[in-house]
Unconditional design. Structure first.
Length: 109
């Protein structure tokens, strides 16, 4: 008897909660559709922007590769060639590669 009295109090509130959830779901669909349509429009404009930047990046890739290599050479070979610079300046007969090393050191000081 106590169980049936408790159930009669609880069941209507459960049914009310389920009904309000279903009502909210039907109201959310138009908002979701609007949100999704604006997302698709924004995504299209973003892809255009990304394509523009990709094209610009590909056009400048050789320039950036050369700058990166030059920076690498300046950082790493200056110490290596600088070590042999003292002995090269004392020599009178230089090979072509030794002349190239001295020229590179002069250009990259």
């Amino acid at each position: 008897m106590a169980i049936s009295a408790t159930l009669t109090r609880i069941v209507p509130s459960i049914v009310k909660v389920v009904n309000t959830k279903e009502d909210n779901m039907t109201n959310d669909f138009p908002r979701r559709g609007l949100l999704l349509s604006t997302l698709f429009l924004a995504a299209d404009s973003k892809t255009d922007l990304v394509q523009k930047y990709l094209k610009k990046s590909q056009e400048n890739k050789p320039k950036y590769d050369k700058e990166r290599l030059d920076s690498y050479y300046k950082r790493n070979y200056r110490d290596y060639f600088g070590f042999s610079e003292g002995t090269l300046k004392e020599k009178k007969d230089l090979t072509e590669s030794e002349k190239g090393i001295l020229q590179w050191l002069e250009a990259n000081k």
